[in-house]
Design a binder for this molecule. Structure first.
Ligand code: UD1
Length: 352
């Protein structure tokens, strides 16, 4: 197949490019080379063209004969301040809208969209009697008193987590999450209006080789790994019991290949996850041990916007894409503890 891959120079996009090419697909690889992700004035890698997905003419030139667009280009991270909102809206949402319009002009009717588990906001919770609960965000007062688990409104007992399925309502809590929800909504509406197909891959916590070093926009894996590289103990917030699903970047690339090769009708969202939940404390301990670095510190500090648990149900991706992650968190994080990181040259806030 002939595939237009956006964000082809990024942490995830470069792995997607490799697996698509290895599988025999013809890849038209583009990337804007945003300074926030690549450092100032970085040239694109060989075989990748510098293209802004918000530029309709540049897209028209590259969409001829394309069977499917694999759209990885995005400004990432949770957002540091309100000043980041225009960058998320511009690159992620306007970019996706311009791309979808260009695809229709070119007669291209399939997109694989990089989405994120952040669209869910909080994960799913269950009371002791197994009934589901949708807790309100934790209050600063509760967090300051060290009550990190959500509590049942009636009994006051801590709530347990439950796997998040794709039909869970979206509740974006950050600027980035809002932009990912909007991307999904534009893509879903486009699929309906033009009788086209979009597979949205909701990545859980991605890690692996060539992950960008820590910046104020980084997720926890990059922060822990960068701390260890600097000989500093990873700082674990809350009590370390927060549950997540860490999925290796090579599995994320494999999921993209599966989605490119297996058309699904209409708009379909799929969790892309390892299927083996792990606590943040266990991630820190594993990485520190494998790096032979200082043991993590459980700080009891907290970030008011953080969600307590988000654990994926990987069932739908297995059923519809035949995708099962090959790399569990233990071997994957052990490898990541020594893997190279990507220098981002003092990356600042994304510009728009
Ligand atoms: C993260 C990303 C999000 C991405 C998603 C899926 C950020 C800020 N968040 O969400 O954009 O879409 O994964 O890949 O990029 N923590 C520590 N110590 C630290 C930093 C964080 O213990 O130094 C804890 C946090 O309190 C939280 C957990 O680690 O409980 C995860 O944090 P983080 O990776 O930032 O956010 P996610 O909500 O998992």
């Amino acid at each position: 197949m002939r595939v237009l891959l956006t964000g082809a120079a990024g942490f995830i996009g470069s792995q997607v490019r490799r697996v698509l090419a290895n599988a025999g697909h013809e890849v038209v690889a583009v990337d804007l080379m945003l300074a926030a992700a690549h450092g100032p004035a970085a040239p694109p890698p060989v075989g990748v063209e510098r293209v802004d997905v918000r530029n309709p003419a540049a897209l028209d030139d590259r969409l001829t004969g394309i069977d499917v667009v694999c759209h990885q280009a995005a400004v990432v991270g949770a957002g540091v301040s309100a000043q980041d909102a225009p960058a998320y809206a511009s690159h992620n949402d306007l970019g996706t809208a311009v791309l979808l319009a260009a695809m229709s002009r070119a007669g291209c009717r399939r997109m694989v969209l990089a989405s994120s588990m952040v669209v869910y906001g909080e994960g799913c919770y269950r009371a002791a009697d197994s009934t589901s609960r949708v807790p309100a965000p934790r209050s600063r007062d509760e967090l300051e008193r060290g009550f990190f688990e959500h509590r049942d409104l009636h009994s006051g007992e801590p709530l347990g987590w439950a796997p998040v399925g794709e039909d869970t309502p979206v509740r974006p809590r950050s600027l980035y999450a809002a932009s990912k929800v909007a991307q999904e909504h534009y893509a879903a509406a486009w699929a309906t209006a033009t009788d086209s197909a979009v597979t949205a891959l909701r990545y859980h916590n991605v890690y692996g080789d060539d992950m960008p070093r820590d910046t104020p926009y980084s997720g926890v894996a990059a922060l822990f790994r960068s701390a260890l590289a600097a000989g500093v103990p990873p700082q674990v917030f809350e009590d370390g019991g927060q549950m997540r699903d860490f999925v290796h970047v090579r599995d994320v690339a494999a999921a993209n290949l599966a989605a490119v090769e297996r058309p699904l009708p209409g708009f379909v969202a799929l969790n892309i996850a390892s299927g083996q939940p792990i606590s943040i404390g266990a991630v820190a301990t594993l990485l520190a041990a494998a790096h032979l670095g200082p043991a993590p510190v459980i700080t009891g500090k907290f970030r008011p916007g953080d969600v307590r648990h988000v654990v994926a149900s990987p069932d739908r991706a297995r059923e519809l894409l035949d995708f099962t992650a090959a790399i569990g968190p233990e071997p994957g994080l052990t490898e990541f503890a020594r893997a190279p990181l990507r220098a981002v040259g003092g990356a600042g806030a994304p510009t728009w």
